[in-house]
Design a protein around this ligand. Structure first.
Ligand SMILES: [Zn+2]
Length: 55
C-alpha cells in the first residue's frame, strides 16, 4: 500500500495537495471545509473530488 499525494479540488474551486494517508483531518485552505478525514489508513475524501494522483 503506497502512500502518495493527491490533488483534491474543493467545492469552492481551490485545488490542494494532500497526503493520501494523512493521520489528521485536512481542511480547505480557502473556505475551511473539511476535505479529508483520517481513517487510520487511507484518508477519506469528504468534500470535493480527486483530480490527480501524484506518484
Ligand atoms: Zn474550499
Amino acid at each position: 500500500m503506497a502512500s502518495k499525494f493527491i490533488v483534491v479540488k474543493c467545492e469552492c474551486g481551490n485545488e490542494q495537495n494532500i497526503f493520501s494517508h494523512s493521520s489528521r483531518p485536512i481542511d480547505c485552505k480557502v473556505c475551511g471545509k473539511r476535505l479529508a478525514s483520517s481513517s487510520g489508513g487511507k484518508a477519506i475524501i469528504t468534500n470535493g473530488k480527486i483530480v490527480k494522483e501524484l506518484e
